[in-house]
Design a protein around this ligand. Structure first.
Ligand code: ADP
Ligand code: GN1
Ligand code: MG
Length: 369
């Protein structure tokens, strides 16, 4: 937990107005440390703000990362205004520090940033209604279509090889070999599962290299809780967590949402009998995502959507297992086998998708023209 003096130091370097009345940890992200600050401002009442300590273990170049976020949110803001939307609610607004920078580096070298808090909207940790899931699909699809003419080459790669599954496999192999925590012996079944799926780890990069799948500006972390759903209208209003916006594959954005939202259980569910890929939710998301992309997806991309779901799920499982083998240094964990539990749900989902492969393809076919 963060100590008070640092929080006070950080807060004093941003241009927040009013009297601070509350500061508490917020949200359930696996990467950054997020705080909700509440300010009392005369005539305005309580104004909430999001303050985040950026995870520089994960994001090695926070200044470049914030440059991406400033540029992407400026671009989105203009598009949203052109389309008659509300830029205050439909994209993130960064609050500058007192020297005009979009971040503050504290006296211990840590990087912080602040956003306007988007009120009366929720980021769900699980699918509570199928309509919300549909709305999240529309929002992530729309995000991609709004950024379709963004000059992708100007974006920094905030995590190199982020969704390069073949590179993830290499790191996994090294982790098994080194086995620094001597955990490999307990997870032989999971390790074997990865080796059985080695062919799947390079299939998407091969399709990209041979021109079947185009590089686009993608979000790359399309979990359900990274889109805020308006509490009143129930529309997916704002895509958040823009740290990994980089050139990538549209089908990976689709796939990451499926592995999280179409699962019948939580990402860290221990009872694997509760984990399946729900074909109805798969259909709901497929419909929304294709609609949201608004004609921007090629036929080849649409056809490859089930593959995106399977490979992203496999990749995420490999990442959780690798982190478990390496001593849980990447993802935040709450108990010793947290990453292992997360890995197991992902591999169960992959198996289930393999069983339901024909159904998944038939669903995608239905929405492909
Ligand atoms: P992480 O990378 O750790 O997942 P996020 O940027 O997704 O961090 O933020 C964590 C949580 O904080 C989100 O899931 C969401 O609930 C909340 N959050 C982040 N930014 C905002 C915002 N501008 N307005 C309201 N809630 C926010
Ligand atoms: C992390 O930041 P968050 O919690 O939205 C991770 C994703 C994983 C996800 C698994 C930058 O997402 O790639 O899919 O956990 N983000 C990063 O829950 O590694
Ligand atoms: Mg998040």
């Amino acid at each position: 937990m963060i100590n008070e003096p640092i929080l006070n130091e950080v807060i004093s370097h941003f241009d927040f107005v009013g009297e601070i009345i509350n500061a508490c940890p917020y949200g359930s992200g696996h990467i950054n440390d997020t705080y909700l600050l509440e300010y009392k401002i005369k005539h305005m009442g309580i104004v909430p703000i999001i303050l985040q300590r950026m995870n520089t273990n994960v994001f090695k170049k926070p200044v470049e990362l914030m440059e991406n976020i400033m540029n992407v949110t400026d671009f989105l803001r203009k598009k949203i205004i052109q389309n008659g939307g509300d830029p205050e609610r439909e994209t993130l607004t960064v609050i500058l520090n007192k020297s005009g920078k979009p971040y503050y580096q504290d006296s211990q070298g840590e990087y912080w940033r602040a956003y306007h808090f988007i009120t009366c909207a929720t980021g769900y940790d699980e699918v509570e209604s199928e309509e919300d899931f549909y709305q999240s699909a529309l929002a992530f699809g729309k995000f991609q279509s709004l950024l379709a003419d963004y000059p992708a080459h100007t974006l920094h790669e905030t995590i190199p090889d982020f969704h390069n599954t073949a590179a993830r496999f290499q790191v996994f192999q090294k982790a098994v070999k080194e086995d620094i925590c001597q955990r490999a012996k307990d997870v032989q079944k999971e390790i074997d599962f990865v080796y059985k799926h080695v062919e799947d780890t390079h299939i998407l990069s091969d399709m990209q290299k041979n021109g079947e799948l185009p590089l686009r500006v993608t979000h790359n972390d399309t979990k359900l809780n990274n889109v805020l759903i308006d509490d009143k209208t129930h529309q997916g209003i704002c895509v958040i967590d823009l740290d990994t916006v980089m050139p990538g594959l549209s089908i990976n954005d689709f796939g990451d949402s499926i592995r999280f939202g179409a699962s019948t259980g939580a990402e860290d569910e221990k009872d694997l009998s509760l984990i399946e890929c729900d074909m109805h939710l798969f259909e709901v998301y497929t419909k929304g995502f294709i609609e949201g992309c608004n004609g921007r997806l090629s036929q080849a991309e649409i056809k490859a959507l089930p593959l995106g779901a399977k490979v992203m799920t496999l990749e995420c499982g490999i990442r959780f297992l690798t982190d478990y083998l390496q001593g849980d240094t990447y993802f935040k964990t709450k108990y010793a086998t947290h990453n292992l539990d997360r890995c197991r749900t992902q591999f169960k989902l992959v198996e289930d998708m393999e069983k339901k492969w024909d159904i998944m393809n038939a669903i995608v076919d239905k929405y492909s023209s």
